[in-house]
Structure formats: structure tokens, C-alpha cells
Design a protein around this ligand. Sequence first.
Ligand code: SF4
Length: 361
Amino acid sequence: MTPTLPNITDLSLKELEATLRSFGEQAYRAKQLHQWIFSRNAKGFSEMTTLPQPLREKLALEFSLLRPQIIAHHHTVEETCDYPTEKIMLSLPDGEAIESVLIASGDRMTACVSSQAGCPLQCTFCATGGMGLHRNLSGGEITSQVHELNRLATAKKSGEGITNVVFMGMGEPLLNTENVIEAVENLSRRSYSLNLSQRKITISTVGIIPEIIRLAKSGLKTKLAVSLHAARQDKRLALMPVAASRYPLMELQAALSEYVFLTGLPVTLVYMLLEGVNDTPEDARLLAGFAKTFLCKINLIDYNANINIKFSPVNRATKDMFTRYLMDSGIHVTVRKSYGTTINAACGQLATSGEYNRKNL
Ligand code: SF4
């Protein structure tokens, strides 16, 4: 259902300040209001008892207060998995839907969140890419998404909430940078209920060069992960046609060097091994050459068989060959366990429309 009044959760802190100024209120009232929305998770203006009654009434006349709602919730069924991975579908106030994933591992509870409904970048291995872009999420929708996941996480036996956030759900975060930055600031505000360290938040990108530099200059202390998947331009073009044609490998390499120079922080290069596509000794050599020029580590991940896309994961021997070659080249390598494959919650498996969605939820 489309809300008739503007949704106040879509306003940034600056926009709330401007709005309350236009109401003749002092700046601190905007901060109180923001805290009610993004820290105390008020469901309505009447709950906001630190605001004067006339202001609450005026806000209720001018705005709605709507948040993403959980509409589906699935757990992994892998017998080998110590902790269930959970895929959560949320509907947004305008009827769009997104998916998020909760991953428990050791003492971490990671929320993998969406920044867009759909994605325009059409990476060939990705279910979200097949949806096209429906729209960007507001900073408030991203923040509220994390709060919803935190509510689920704290309801578990251990009672622990979310410890880490990764922007690896639906969408390309750096095509929605302003709202992603707004959300990161909301999630990491000291006096707010989540109060996450920015170092526990990872922003993942296919390599949107101008936005990588913008992020580097933003002052955020978040981690950056770059989905590389091939260190040869023609192979990368075949896998990620839109991103690779706009941002060729050599320019991406230079941008990542600048990112490291500006922030002093390492970059994680994510490389998904695909049988017969990017898994040869020559691919390993090119990847090592790409990675050697700036401070980084490489995260090798498995491809997760997906019902509508035709790639296969590599075998153990190929993965070992890649890992050994990179380590012998002096590069820090991690091999990531894949969570959530049985519920299509793993990398590249999130999608919320069409036949794919109906079959899987
Ligand atoms: S991999 Fe990321 S950037 Fe590529 S289509 Fe999927 S969601 Fe978009």
C-alpha cells in the first residue's frame, strides 16, 4: 500500500533538522526525534514523550511512520551447519520487497543487508541482477532493516544482538552511497541503541570507482570489499558486463591504491571460483599480480549452485591450487565458508520477484 503522507523514516538527520526548523522548533528537537525513530524504534509519534504534545500532533498530521515488515523467514537445513542461517524477506512501505540474511558464526552475528530493491548491474552469476533495479532504499529503510534483524537476533537463546553488518545483500551499495553512509552513521551513533563500531561494518562493491574515492574521503572507518571475480578484463566483462565496461580493471586497481593511500585501510578482494571460467593457473597469476600493488587480502568463495543460472563451483584441488599460488606470492588469503545455500541465502542468491521468488519462499 502506498502511504499517503511522506514517511518520516525516509528523512535524513539534516532533513529532519530542516523540517523542524520550518516548524519553528529548535535543532535539538530534531535529534530527539531522530533518536526516537532510529534508536528507540518508536512505532508512532504518540510514543515520543520527550517531544511536546503539539509537536507530536503536528508530526502526525504531516508524516507517516512506516518501517520494513518481515513477511517471510527461512532457516537453513544443512546438517553440517553449527548454526542456522536465516533468510528474511521484508516488505517496504510502498510494496517493494527485499531480502536480508542473518549469519551466526562463532561469537559473531552478522546481518547481510540490502541497499537497493533489485540491482541494475546484471552480473551474470547473480539472481538479484536478473531483477533489474526497482529502487534505492532510503537511509532510514536500511537502518530499520538492521533493527528488524537485530530484534530477531536478540530474541534467540543467546540473547546476543547483531555484531557485524555487511552490505552484501540485494543491490550495489555504491550506487546508493549517500543513503548507505546515512545508514552507517545511524548504526554507529554512540548514544544510540545499536552503537556498532564502523570497523564491524563492511561495504561491498563491484568497483564503482568514483564512489570508492568518495567513500575514502567520507571519513567513515568501514571496511571495503570489492567483488573482483576475474583479473582479466575480458573475463570480468563476461561476468560483470555493466560494472567491468564502465570501470576497467586497470582503473579499478589505481582507485583501490588511492583508497588505501587515503584511508590507510586494507581492501578485501572477493573472488568467486567458477569452474572453467576463472579457475586456471593463469587466472591465479593475474589475480596475484592485481593484488600485489596495494594493501589487501583475498577472500576466495565458492559458487553456490543457483536454480536459474548456469555456473558450477570448482573442485577441492582447484581451490587448493589457487590458495597455494596466492599464499606463495605473499598474499593474505582466506577461504570463506558459504552459509545459507539450502535456502538461497548465499552470495548471489537473493531475489524477490518472478518465478524464482515464488519457487523459493
Ligand atoms: S552481484 Fe551485486 S552488483 Fe552484481 S547484479 Fe548482483 S547485487 Fe548487483
